[in-house]
Write a protein of this length. Sequence first.
Length: 196
Amino acid sequence: MNGMERELPFGFMRMTDRSTAAQDRTPRRSDTEQRRLQRMFALHHGAVWRILRRRGIAADLAAEVTQQTFVAAAERLADIEPTRERIFLIGTALELARGFPREPQRRTPARAAGAIVVAPQEPAELRQCDEALAQLNADLAEVFVLYEIEGLSSSELGLLLQIPLASVASRVQRAREQFRAALGRFTANALGSVGP
């Protein structure tokens, strides 16, 4: 490892690691390993994809990174502690996502006076949440999504981010405050644009 790379916790894999590992021939998986992988996929696939989308990764790329995450898990299955599967998957997905471009932040389209623009198949509350998250810096948005939306515990977040619990609490608090402020601004702007 050169001086520019940082060590990744819990065996998270970089893109270059995965491509090298994919060249290795792995023996056929036992039934127990197959069931474990299927269970991991069933439990965590949706969360991994949602986290990537909330991070600003385009839907097709989020699907690709999610797939690569589970390939990495299959390759490293023996190294993943059963109690840390979720942390491994999320950490690997976030690390892999660093190699993909983010979508530009969604902006509310310009509106004619009194017009209401609604994106199809997207509830207003979700749109507001996305707009508020887009206003947070990337690190706080990630903390907010992982803690408040995906339900990671403080200890899981500390392991994932490699920070003490006191720092986790501080970041969660800052993320909540900034999210509330951003949501308040978005709501005020939305109400102001509709007008009487």
